[in-house]
Design a protein around this ligand. Structure first.
Ligand code: ATP
Length: 653
């Protein structure tokens, strides 16, 4: 595994309030910051100035029409190789924002402005550049039907194919599984809330393994123990401890750790209401708090005590609330004084360093070529689809029951009343097929989109091969489901003999077009709620313009285009042509003008000028249009991150 050791010195957050200066180093010039010298180092690697990663960050949330609200204010610290830094604080104190700002992963938002400085090994990291770190979000989703090994193989193939041989890649996967304690679960599927698979802790460890493939020496984790029981939390943190002992730099946002897990950390950055409350060694925080007047009772654990000290009391007793505000201010002032022991680098030295900018921690392009990306993505998608047995069984049952319902109700003869029945049945087949295909895709795709967006963010692959692989992988099951439905409904309803193959081709084309349509809605929608909300009006429009509910002449001009791209309309036209051409009707069954042939019936619905070829062409165009727009939708809705501006003069004062 390629590895570059990065010591990280973090000096985070300077608000509009006073700040000691842009960069910090160790007063004696020995590469060890004052805080660390004062509190000593027990574990892990050494910090040299060369290896410093210094971060200085100012994040201001600008709320329009309101005063600026400072989310992070004068927060600094140092993260070092071989050590684990805990970022702790009450809920809403800014822990997650801190970690995302540090990593360069604050989501773009017009209402906020982000400014500050980050340095890696003394070199400034600018703009929206992400620090070369493995970043593990709180909730990581995986393709649930892939095993641990398959998940890692997929990532390693994509990321390392150009730099490692097959043997080396296999070794890397084996090492990752061993380092993260996943070897025993290598062939277990990952699972999710619905599909039984890995435990929560194992899933967290898998997400760490995935992010470590590139050999990043820095790990940033947003609440790696959230949702885990104490045993699993201890296992995850134990794994991180091992990684730190191997020389990694670990920074983790952590909530109320037990005494045991708290002691696994070396350093601590405490935050409250966006302000720094303590930065230093975990082993000294208890004494430190006592020194500034907040001694813990013997029976109270350190983590519990410090969180009590820095939590404000809101509501209820006004005196208690006031006292808690004063207490937090006092602790913040002491932390500020403590951090001032860090000495600002000379201006000249800074400008020298600015000449070497870090241009990006993540690769600017994927490791595998586009064909390899496509074949890996296709294989993954097919595995995921065909292993989802429960979903397949449900869909087969849906097709069978729908076929039986139609077959049980319609028995088509050749009298006059059968003309309306035929049109009705064919229209219903199209409406039902559209609804099922679109709804199925809409429900499933946003979840997948969340996974692939993350993968595309780290440039694992490009949108184009993903998209083509996704679309192609859906085709076999569309064909199978449609064949099941068609072979039930066709004989049961007495549709015209000898036309089954074309019926199958038209309904399959319609199924593919409907899936493509669902994919489009899913791609442009931020989540499945929006996608599901968009579906009814769009499907209703399709039904209105299905070719028999409103005539072309009476269609409002603004909606004439819907008529041309109407999914249901083209499917219905195709089925009607296929069914009616060549039929001859008898006189009985209904009063009114006699319709003798299928061609006459088609003409009554304005379908006489159409051909099956037109239908296939229109379906192909709809599919191509939807795929293209979905591709654009996916490309354009990619997550963008806030650019970190340099602190303003006011902020630097
Ligand atoms: N982009 C943003 N827009 C508006 N408010 C924001 C934004 N980012 C962060 N905040 C606010 O900043 C504060 C800190 O949020 P953050 O999620 O960092 O806290 P936290 O300490 O991680 O909380 P928790 O432990 O509950 O997850 C919150 O009040 C949050 O609403």
């Amino acid at each position: 595994m390629p590895s570059h050791r990065h010591a990280i010195t973090i000096s985070v957050g300077v608000s509009a309030a006073a700040s000691p200066g842009p960069l910090y180093r160790h007063a004696s010039g020995d590469g060890v910051c004052c805080a660390r010298k004062k509190y000593g180092t027990k574990r892990g690697g050494t910090l040299t100035e060369k290896n410093d990663l210094v971060l200085e960050l100012v994040m201001t949330l600008k709320q329009k029409k309101k005063d600026d609200r400072v989310i992070l204010d004068s927060v600094r610290g140092i993260a070092k190789p071989g050590r684990m830094l805990a970022v702790m604080g009450p809920s809403g104190s800014g822990k997650s924002t801190f970690l995302h700002s540090l990593a360069g992963r604050v989501k773009q938002d017009k209402k906020i402005s982000l400014s500050g400085r980050r340095y890696i090994n003394g070199t400034p990291v600018t703009g929206d550049t992400q620090i070369p770190a493995a970043f593990i979000e709180q909730d990581v989703n995986f393709f649930p039907h892939l095993t641990v090994k398959e998940t890692l193989d997929f990532r390693v193939e994509l990321q390392m194919a150009s730099v490692l041989s097959k043997l080396e890649r296999d070794d890397l996967v084996a090492k990752l599984m061993s380092d993260l304690g996943l070897t025993k679960s290598a062939n277990t599927i990952v699972g999710n809330t619905k599909v039984r698979g890995l435990s929560g802790g194992e899933r967290k460890r898998l997400s760490i393994a995935c992010e470590m493939i590139g050999g990043n020496s820095v790990l940033m984790l947003d609440e790696p123990t959230s949702g885990l029981d104490s045993y699993q939390a201890a296992q995850v943190l134990g794994t991180l401890r091992n990684l730190a002992d191997q020389g990694k730099t670990v920074i983790a946002v952590i909530h109320q750790p037990s005494q045991h897990t708290f002691q696994l950390f070396d350093d601590l950055l405490l935050l409250s209401e966006g302000k720094m409350m303590y930065y230093g060694e975990v082993s000294n925080v208890r004494n430190y708090m006592a020194e500034i007047g907040y001694e813990a009772e013997a029976e109270v654990g350190t983590a519990e005590h410090i969180l009590n000290c820095i939590s404000s009391i809101v509501g209820g007793d006004a005196d208690a609330e006031k006292a808690s505000v004063a207490r937090i201010e006092k602790i913040a002032a002491a932390a500020d004084a403590q951090s001032r022991e860090l000495v600002a680098l000379e201006d000249g030295e800074q400008s020298d360093r600015k000449t070497k900018r870090i241009v990006g921690g993540t690769r600017s392009h994927p490791g595998a070529n586009i064909m390899r990306q496509f074949s890996l993505l296709l294989r993954r998608s097919l595995k995921e689809i065909f292993r989802g047995k429960a979903a397949i069984i449900i869909k087969v049952m849906q097709q069978v029951s729908l076929g039986l319902i139609y077959g049980g109700i319609y028995t088509l003869g050749l009298d006059q009343s059968s003309i309306m029945d035929r049109f009705g049945l064919l229209s219903l087949i199209m409406i039902g097929g559209t609804n099922m295909a679109v709804a199925g895709t809409i429900r499933a795709f946003p979840k997948e989109k969340a996974i692939v967006s993350g993968e595309m963010d780290i440039k694992l692959y490009r949108t184009f091969p993903y998209f083509i692989a996704k679309a192609v992988s859906e085709l076999p099951l569309i064909g199978v489901f449609n064949a099941i439905f068609s072979s039930i409904i066709y004989p049961l309803t007495n549709l015209q003999p000898g036309r089954f193959k074309r019926f199958l081709a038209i309904t399959t084309g319609h199924g593919i077009a409907s899936e493509a349509f669902g994919l489009l809605i899913g791609s442009i929608s931020p989540n499945s709620d929006v996608a599901l909300a968009l579906m009814p009006p769009i499907v209703v429009l399709n039904i209105i313009f299905d070719g028999k509910n409103i005539s072309e002449e009476n269609t409002p001009w603004i909606l004439k285009w819907v008529n041309k791209v109407g999914l249901i309309r083209w499917g219905f036209t195709g089925l009607a042509l296929n069914e009616f051409e060549g039929l001859e009707f008898t006189a009985g069954g209904r009063r009114g003008p006699l319709t003798k042939t299928g061609e006459e019936a088609l003409s009554r619905f304005g379908l006489d000028g159409q051909s099956i070829e037109n239908v296939f062409t229109a379906q192909t165009k709809i599919v191509a249009g939807c795929w293209l727009l979905s591709y654009l939708g996916l490309s354009l809705t990619k997550q963008k991150f806030e650019v970190m501006a340099a602190p303003s003069k006011r902020e630097k004062e």
